[in-house]
Design a protein around this ligand. Sequence first.
Ligand code: BES
Ligand code: ZN
Ligand code: ZN
Length: 476
Amino acid sequence: MNIKTSNDSKENIIFYPYWEESTLLPAEILSKISEDKDYFTAKGQVRRYFLSNKNILVIHLGKKEKVTLESFRQFLSSTYKIAKKELFKSFDVTLCYDGLGLKKEDVFYSSLEGLLLSDYEYDKFKSSKNKKFKVEDVTLIIEEIPNSLELINKAKLITESVFMTRDLVNGPANFITIDYMEDFAKEIAGKDNLKFSVIREEQLLKDGFNLLHSVGKGSVQRPRLIELEYFVGNDKPTICLIGKGIIFDTGGLNIKPENFMSDMKSDMAGSATALSLIHCISNLKLPINVVSLLPMAENAVDGNSYRPGDVIIAYNKKSVEILNTDAEGRLILSDALSYSDTKKPDLTIDFATLTGAAIIALGTKIATVYFRDEKYKQKMFDASKKSGEAIWELPLFEDYKENLKADIADVANLGTPSRQAGSIMGALFLSEFIENQQWIHFDLAGTAFFDKEWNYNPKGGTGFILRTIVEFLGKM
Ligand code: BES
Ligand code: ZN
Ligand code: ZN
C-alpha cells in the first residue's frame, strides 16, 4: 500500500470525517448532510453522496468533544475496510481536525497507524488460489507536514513490529516451536545487530533457573532462556523487557478443560512482544539500552511433568510450593525477573498472558498494569492515551501477600482462596522475585488475542501494548 500526502484531492473516491458542528467539510456536502441529519446520528455511520462526478463517503466520528486521535485511527480503519470490500484500488481521505484541540502531526500519524494496522491477514496456511484484492494507493489530504516521510516510515516500522507479534501469536504451536522462536530471535538479532545468547538444558539447572526448567521438563521441546541486547552506551538508561514464552499451555497435570485450552498457542504473546519491541527500538535507534529476556517452555502433560505438591528452588533461592501446574507463567517469569536484577537495569517491564482473572476484571480491550513505584506511572498513562491502547492499574496490595503462604515452602504459586483477586495474586507472586524498585508488570491475558475483530485489531493475535511501549520508551 502506497501512502502519499497532498493538499488537494484528485481521486474520484474521497472519504471525509464528520462530527456535529464540523464546518470544514465543503458546503455542498454539509448541506446534503443537513438534509438527512436526523438519520446520520451515530459514531461509525457512513453516508454516500455522488457530487460533481465524485464518490463522497462521509464517516461519522461521533460527538465533537469525544473525537480523539483514536477516532482518526478508527476512521482510517473504516476507510480501509470499505475500500477492501468495494474493491477501491485507490482513494483519498480528507483529514479535517480544526477545533478539536489536536496537533496536525498527531492526527496525521494516528491516521497512518489506523490505515496500516488494518492491512493485516494471517493467511500463511490458506491454500486458496484466488488472487487477493489489495488497496494500492491512499492519499491523505492535509496541509503540508514537513516531516511526513519520516512519520510514514516510523508508522511502517511500528506496524511491521506489531505484525511480527501478531504472526508469532497466530502461528500454531506445531510451527511456532521453542526452536522456531530461538531461530527467529537469532535471525532478528543478526539483522538488527543485537547481541544474542541462549541458556539451555544443563546450564539452566547449573545456573539455578529451576522454575523455568521445571515448567518445561514435561515437553520434548526443551525449555530455555533467550536473551537479546541492544546496547547504545553506558551513559544511557538500561531497560529490561521480559515476555512470558509458553509455547502452549495445556495446564500441565492440572489440565485445562477443553474450551479453556483452545487458544493457548497465544500463551507466548509476551515473549513475542519483548522480541518485536527490541527489533522496533533498535531500528528506531532509540537512545536507550535494551535487554529482552524470553523464558521459553511448553506446559505439557507427561510422566516427566512437574506436579502439584512439588517444591522448587527459584533462581533467587526462594522455595516455591506448586499448588497448581496451570499457574506456570508466573514461575518462568520469576526466574527471568530475578535474573534481570543481576543486570541492574533502570527499569524492568514484563509482559504476560498471565491470568484468566485479568479478563474477568477488565475484559479484552483494556490491559491490566501494575506499578511498584510512581516514577513512570504518568508517563505510561500518557503513552497509552497517545497510542489508543487502553490500560488500567490494579494494585500490588501488600496485605494479600499472606494468601500466598505455603505449607512447606516460602511461597505458593497460587493464592488461597484461589478464586479471589487472581490477577493481583499473580502480580504479587512475581513481586517476590524481583528487587528492582522500578518494575512494571502487564497482564495481557485479555488483550493479546481477540476472538473477534475490533477496529484495526484483527481476530487472533493483536500485538496490543507494543505501540504504547514504543511511545513510552521514546520519551525516556
Ligand atoms: N495462560 C493462562 C492464562 C490465560 C487464560 C491467558 C486465558 C489467556 C487467556 C495461565 O497460565 C493460567 O492458566 N492461569 C490460571 C491461573 C490459576 C491456576 C491461578 C488461570 O487464570 O486460571
Ligand atoms: Zn496456565
Ligand atoms: Zn499460561
